[in-house]
Design a protein around this ligand. Structure first.
Ligand SMILES: [Zn+2]
Length: 1022
């Protein structure tokens, strides 16, 4: 069952090398052809009753015993050396003990194959296929001599170097000659049209196709001949005399000696000739020519996958992608706690879910093993070793040690450790790059880094690396065999990126940046849940639910899911319009008809995936579900009427990337634009964001200058400000209309509680708006909601009213957003933040989405307005902050303006960058006291005084209560801030205090000079 390259995934059937009948074999001794028993079978069919009857005559040489398995057969007579006998009671086994003389066993049996039988057997007027168990099978190999009587218009195939047909009355008698011992044989017959060709040294090639498909035969013959010639040239002569491609009514994809048996539906798939056919042909060399014993390990599938499927991808220049997909498949299904080694892989199993990890080892890891082996010994020695192996073990059973022997003798390299680490370990290398540093020597850079392996003991690896700079690309192969290995590589230019294993030459654990979110990653995740939008969706998705439950996936209603579960699991949203899905991914752009499956990284946890599923109706779900298993490697799939319409894999890094140095970017000074030029360009946009570092006065001056210039050209201007929460809009409006004064505005809007920064930074902008009657739109979300979301890890535990006040469509997976927010989170991580990152991300997204929604709501009702948005730089990021969230809601032209802070990212995250001259506000006056609310309504308590501060020197002491400043009553911190705001240019203030004394309090007035404030009085806003 090779899941093959990109195209094969639509195959509905599994291609397996038939091994199952060999499973019970206990002693797969090297067959001694001369002493092999000879098994004569003669059989005939009754198509009316779907049955056959047969005689087996087994000639057992002297000194050879045998156990026969007769399961599934209706045995009417057994004669051993002429004596009637029976199987042991209640078992299918017949034991024949060895004798000093030759023995003869005669068995007469028949069997009826029910039309709906799940076995690989069928007997009908349209064809016969006996590819499950249908004859007595021994615990050792035998030479088979089969004769079958078939209808006159049928042709028959079995393992054979020669097929002899006689006409007997109105029937055909077919005899098959094959001189190599086998455990079991297969028989197929039907109304075939035969196409014949030749290949190699007088070998015959046949296609047995049904007449309705016979037009396909020519292409199959031509392609099969190319494969046969390719592998003869590569490996040595084809081991048999004939090869047939045989069509089957049953859905098979089997390879057996001298033929391949392909299901009718498979044969009709257009890409089979380019993929599976070559794989099955190659099994003539490995699998049929040199066989394997399941007990000693299945090396066959890995080698065949490598020399066929991987090689065909390489022919098209797609080998890197192919190998990466192999590794991703392995990583999706094989988890570290699974005890699976390549040496233990024996049988492909069938297409079951449980078999996926086993197949990932037996096909994907195994084919990577052969790739690494090729790189270890070199291409030429690799092929020569395989030729030697094939020559030595043709018609025989071989195991991994036989391969090792050939590779060691041809290469002269001792490969014991190499084979052992890849065959006997259940882990794969997990690498990381640590401490990348650059040092200059003689003015040239040397890059130094550690390659660290998590594995114990470490693997021995030859690791390809690329070091990229703007002018060169250095490729090296580094030998690693320790837990941590330091490398130093001298360079002639500054290295920008270090890439480990860019060609996927090593079987290893991929890092997140290499892993696209895929359907298989969801299915294989250790912790995964499915979330139903509502009870009604149980019916809509019932067939998918059955499939999910078959994968042991927990299904929950969205009301039952907590923020924690959302962040800790790989999640599947059944219904992409659910509240919970929209809160992470907004509304995805899925086709309205058909069925869509859309896998993404879980934005709350980069190690998990989130899958959005939507469907037009239950019929679309039902028609698609069974097909999904073949599309595991894809990120996005859309089906209509069960047919694939669109499939893609999200692009990811090739190789493990480490960013080393960002060279500075620059602009050509002569091309720098004047202020007026930029304004004329900004007039083309409806929304102009002007980012700020909140305390940079230059940024606020730039904001005012741009607002003034835009207004001069077009007075229909609205200013949106992050600094005010939406609930303060009425107060803002009253101030702008002149209904309240500035002090009342600051007090009622709680500016100094909510925003806290020096009001003078914004005063000129607000007063410009007031003077010119420009509206100001308060953009920000209430702070306590942001805090609650952060602390509780998400919005789902908020009261319903709060949840309903949030924008329903929020997009957390905008590219780069998570990474940017994570950097900010980690910078604050040491500052006593106690929420989880997932809560921080949720809060940030809610914040940005709220501002975006406020802007678009406003433009909905004021479509002609131009807006200037004033917000922190993080919120105006052109790529992933407010602008794309506005763009998602409304098609509107937007530009981002920032002042240069010398960051290399500026040119990506902004449209216009200014270089403002430095500017500073005069320091905000300070008293030099720490204050606390009093228990009374009145005054503020001095808890400590700055020893060098003005207040202490003027005589204010700890425990004094400040009642007023220059006769402005002081009851809380806001009052102090507002009072001091108006004292900026004052020489001193008069502070009225109450001093608590043992015998009654004393009221005093103290004059505090404002001469030497070293720090200004803003508090940082978190
Ligand atoms: Zn195979």
């Amino acid at each position: 069952m090779p899941f093959k390259n990109t195209q094969i995934s639509t195959v509905l059937f599994f291609f397996i090398l038939l091994l199952s009948l060999q499973l019970f074999l206990s002693q797969p001794a090297r067959a001694d052809h001369l002493s092999a028993p000879v098994h004569h079978i003669s059989m005939e069919f009754d198509l009316e009753t779907n049955s056959y009857s047969a005689n087996s005559r087994i000639e057992l040489p002297a000194g050879v015993g045998l156990q026969l398995n007769l399961s599934g057969l209706n045995v009417s007579r057994i004669l051993v050396n002429g004596q009637p006998t029976e199987t042991t009671p209640e078992s299918y086994y017949l034991d024949i003990h060895e004798s000093s003389k030759e023995q003869e066993i005669l068995i007469t049996y028949n069997s009826e194959i029910l039309p709906d039988s799940a076995s690989y057997n069928m007997i009908s007027k349209t064809g016969i296929a006996l590819s499950g168990q249908w004859h007595p099978v021994a615990d050792r190999e035998m030479i088979f001599k089969l004769t079958a009587v078939i209808p006159d218009d049928f042709e028959a195939v079995s393992e054979a170097d020669e097929i002899i047909t006689f006409q007997v009355d109105n029937k055909k008698q077919v005899t098959f000659r094959f001189s190599h011992p086998l455990h079991s044989i297969h028989f197929v017959a039907g109304p075939y049209r035969i196409t014949r060709a030749e290949f190699g040294e007088g070998n015959e090639l046949f296609a047995y196709f049904y007449s309705e498909d016979n037009e396909l035969a020519a292409q199959y013959i031509s392609k099969a001949r190319q494969y046969l010639e390719r592998y003869e040239k590569m490996l040595g002569p084809y081991p048999f005399k004939r090869f047939s491609i045989v069509e089957n009514r049953l859905p098979t994809g089997f390879a057996m000696p001298t033929f391949t048996l392909l299901g009718q539906a498979v044969v009709r798939l257009p890409f089979i000739v380019d993929t599976s056919l070559g794989h099955e042909v190659l099994h003539s060399w490995f699998g049929s020519g040199v066989r394997m014993s399941p007990q000693k390990g299945n090396w066959v599938e890995g080698l065949t996958t490598y020399l066929a499927d991987q090689a065909f991808a390489a022919d098209k220049g797609e080998e890197v992608t192919y190998r990466k997909e192999q590794i991703i498949k392995y990583q999706s299904y094989v988890r570290p706690d699974m005890d699976l080694t390549l040496r233990d892989f024996s049988n492909v199993g069938h297409g079951s879910n449980e078999g996926r990890p086993v197949r990932a080892v037996g096909y994907n890891k195994s084919s990577m093993f052969f790739h690494m082996l090729k790189n270890r010994v070199g291409s030429e020695i690799f092929i020569n070793s395989l030729r030697d192996f094939y020559k030595r073990l043709k018609y025989d059973i071989a195991d991994w040690s036989d391969l090792q022997t050939s590779f060691e003798s041809i290469s002269g390299i001792e490969l014991n450790d190499f084979f052992a680490q890849w065959l006997d370990r259940k882990d794969v290398p997990e690498l990381s790059i640590q401490k990348p540093e650059i040092e200059n020597k003689d003015g040239y850079p040397i890059v130094r880094f550690n390659i660290v392996q998590k594995n114990d003991p470490p693997y021995a690896l030859d690791l390809p690396v690329i070091i990229k700079s703007s002018s060169e690309e250095i490729r090296k192969t580094l030998s690693v065999s320790e837990s941590s290995h330091t490398f130093e590589i001298p360079l002639t230019s500054v290295p920008e990126t270090l890439i480990i294993d860019p060609g996927y030459d090593i079987m290893r654990t991929l890092v997140q940046s290499e892993l696209p979110a895929t359907w298989s990653l969801y299915l294989g995740a250790a912790t995964n849940i499915a979330i139903l939008q509502s009870e009604e969706h149980r019916t809509l998705y019932s067939s998918l639910l059955t499939e999910l439950e078959g994968n042991n996936i927990r299904v929950l209603l969205q009301e039952e899911v907590t923020d924690k579960e959302l962040a800790e699991n790989s999640v599947l949203f059944l219904g992409a319009e659910s509240r919970m899905s929209r809160a992470l991914f907004a509304l995805p752009d899925h086709p309205a008809d058909g069925f869509t499956l859309d896998s993404r990284k879980n934005p709350l946890n980069a190690n998990q995936v989130a899958v959005l599923v939507s469907a037009a109706n239950a019929e679309q779900v039902d028609r698609t579900v069974a097909k999904l298993r073949h599309y595991g490697k894809y990120s996005y799939l859309s089906f209509k009427e069960g047919r694939i319409q669109n499939k893609r894999i999200t692009a990811t890094d090739l190789g493990l990337h480490v960013k080393l140095v960002n060279l500075p970017t620059g602009i050509e000074a002569s091309r720098a634009k004047s202020f007026e030029d930029i304004i004329s360009k900004l007039l083309n946009y409806q929304i102009i964001y002007i980012g700020e570092a909140h305390t940079n006065y230059e940024d606020h001056i730039l904001q005012l200058e741009i607002i003034r210039a835009l207004y001069k050209n077009d007075p229909n201007l609205t200013i949106g400000m992050e600094m005010f929460t939406r609930s303060t809009q009425p107060i803002l409006d009253r101030y702008l209309k002149g209904e309240i004064d500035e002090k009342s505005f600051l007090k009622e809007s709680h500016y100094f509680k909510i925003w806290r920064f020096d009001y003078r930074l914004y005063r000129d902008i607000i007063n410009f708006a007031k003077h010119n009657h420009l509206p100001i739109l308060a953009l920000n979300l209430e702070k306590d909601i942001v805090n609650k979301v952060f602390k509780s890890g998400g919005p789902n535990s908020l009261p319903d009213d709060d949840i309903n006040s949030l924008p329903a469509n929020r997009k957390l997976d905008i590219p780069g957003y998570r990474e940017r927010i994570e950097t900010a989170f980690n910078m604050h991580a040491g500052q006593g933040q106690n929420g989880a990152f997932s809560g921080f991300l949720q809060a940030q997204a809610i914040w940005d989405e709220t501002m975006a929604e406020t802007i678009t709501d406003y433009l909905d009702t004021h479509p002609d307005a131009r807006m200037v948005i004033i917000a922190g730089r993080g919120h105006v990021d052109r790529i992933n902050a407010i602008p794309p969230r506005v763009g998602r809601r409304l098609p509107v032209s937007q530009a981002v303006v920032v002042n240069s802070m010398g960051l290399t990212t500026e040119s990506e995250t902004a449209d216009y960058i200014f270089f403002s001259p430095p500017a500073r506000l005069s320091p905000f006056p300070l008293l030099g006291v720490m204050l606390e609310d009093t228990e009374d309504e009145e005054g503020m308590l001095v808890t400590s005084t700055d020893p060098k501060g003005q207040a202490k020197q003027a005589g204010i002491k700890e425990k004094d209560i400040i009642l007023a400043i220059d006769s402005e009553p002081i009851n809380d911190m806001e009052d102090i801030k507002i009072a001091m705001l108006y004292k900026v240019n004052s020489d001193d203030v008069t502070v009225r205090i109450k001093r608590q004394k043992l015998f009654g309090d004393k009221l005093m007035e103290i004059k505090v000079p404002l001469k030497n404030p070293e720090r200004h009085g803003q508090m940082r806003r978190n």
